[in-house]
Design a protein around this ligand. Structure first.
Ligand SMILES: Cc1cc2nc3c(=O)[nH]c(=O)nc-3n(C[C@H](O)[C@H](O)[C@H](O)COP(=O)(O)O)c2cc1C
Ligand SMILES: [Fe+2]
Ligand SMILES: [Fe+2]
Length: 397
């Protein structure tokens, strides 16, 4: 997309990335992603963040639609991760007088990633920089998503350039603002972005949200995804809820199955959940990237896990999912368990032990069965589904 004016003299000059298959070489991007960069043209000219390296030329073209990139005075680095700093060396070459502004912690990363020391000027928390008609105020928000992270506030227009916070996956489909886009498509991708990328840093996210409480914010301009102008409180509310790890009253049933035994029971568990009227999502761990499993587990308060025994332990895709949830430190979940075995068993025991590490609360009967589940075992599965659903609905009353 070409440059888009957010307010007089303030432009989005970012790029859409529909090419990268895996963000950070891990997370699938079925709907792409945007790297948002913002240009402020005043007596002094500032660029807030850049884009991923391979898209540097597109960023430069967007800036050129507005002015000669050689006229840049400041590059504000809210975040040093290369999805935002990749084009920094090129911008620096094009703008000989460029001053790079970031927190003191950005200094080390700038040197480590790009060998750049000259031209860096640290800013401090609360510092105000005048550009002419506009000014910028910097707020340190460490670990949303890296230690050097900060946000930049433009008081005259009440715009918060929030960096990764309040961002999401999903390229911008022709529109930039929340009111132009189909949010039903963007919100699940914001949740997947939050849970997998920022998820480990729930406390820093809470601190950042508390810190912003005193600011009057008319527009939230994050470094990925839609710009929130019609209702900035919507994305702040979602990030607030997600970082408190509350979970909506509902159930995600995640199972794996090689030959259909565990799946047969999973179907009956699902019937049990629905019989009690709880919202339910069923997901096959073998065919769904763990980032989607984690996002749904972050969404709902309750989770039911089912897996066969494999090599004496739990089926690998389920173990991978659980380890991801553990890595991202997802807490406060209710969990139901079922699992199958051929001879020694081991799936249920292995899942139980990871769940104990996670301190998730086990709900309902644990259903363990040998091979094809019998009708009695299927009925226990339904009882498990009913128990988890009842519990999650009761908790939400
Ligand atoms: C590759 C493979 C490895 C297995 N390893 C074990 C094992 O170590 N211990 C065990 O009790 N059962 C083991 N089983 C048996 C399965 O757990 C059992 O057949 C189960 O009913 C399969 O459920 P599913 O159809 O949902 O995959 C293994 C099965 C397969 C196919
Ligand atoms: Fe990041
Ligand atoms: Fe990012």
């Amino acid at each position: 997309m070409s440059a888009i004016e957010l307010a007089k003299g303030i432009f989005w000059v970012g790029v859409n990335d529909r090419e990268t298959d895996l963000f950070e070489s891990v997370w699938p991007l079925p709907q792409g992603v945007s790297y948002n960069s913002y240009l402020i043209v005043d007596e002094k000219v500032a660029l807030i963040d850049t884009v991923k390296g391979p898209f540097a030329l597109e960023l430069v073209r967007n800036i050129e639609e507005v002015l000669d990139p050689g006229k840049l005075d400041y590059l504000v680095v809210n975040h040093m991760e290369p999805d935002h700093s990749g084009a920094l060396p090129l911008i620096r070459r094009l703008a000989p007088n460029l001053k790079i502004l970031g927190t003191e912690k950005a200094r080390g990363l700038l040197k480590a990633l790009y060998g750049i020391e000259e031209g860096f000027e640290p800013v401090w928390d609360g510092q105000k920089l005048s550009l002419g008609r506009h000014s910028l105020i910097f707020y340190e928000t460490p670990f949303v998503h890296w230690p050097e992270t900060m946000m930049t506030y433009l008081p005259e227009e009440k715009i918060l350039f929030s960096g990764d916070a309040f961002g999401g996956f999903g390229a911008l489909d022709g529109g930039l603002f929340d009111y132009e886009l189909d949010l039903a498509r963007y919100e699940p991708e914001s949740l997947r972005y939050f849970s997998n990328i920022v998820g480990m840093y729930t406390n820093p996210t809470q601190r950042a949200i508390q810190r912003l409480k005193g600011l009057e914010i008319r527009t939230i301009a994050p470094s990925h995804g839609p710009v929130w102008r019609k209702d900035p409180s919507r994305i702040v509310g979602l990030y607030d809820r997600w970082s408190r790890m509350e979970g909506e009253p509902g159930v995600v049933l995640i199972y794996g199955s090689m030959y259909g035994d565990t799946e047969l029971l999973a179907e009956r568990v699902a019937r049990g959940v629905i019989a009690k009227g709880a919202p339910l999502r069923v997901m096959d761990a073998s065919r769904t990237h763990p980032s989607f499993l984690l996002a749904e587990t972050w969404r709902y308060k309750a989770l039911i896990l089912g897996a066969p025994t494999y090599d004496g332990g739990v089926f690998v895709p389920i173990e991978q999912f659980l380890r991801l949830a553990q890595r991202k430190r997802l807490q406060h979940r209710l969990v139901g368990l079922f699992g199958s075995f051929g001879w020694s068993g081991g799936a249920v025991k292995a899942m139980r032990s990871i769940i104990e590490e996670l301190k998730w609360e086990l709900v309902g009967p644990v259903v363990e069965f040998n091979g094809r589940p019998t009708e009695a075992e299927l009925e226990q599965g339904a009882a498990l589904g009913r128990a988890v659903a009842e519990r999650v609905l009761k908790g939400s009353e």
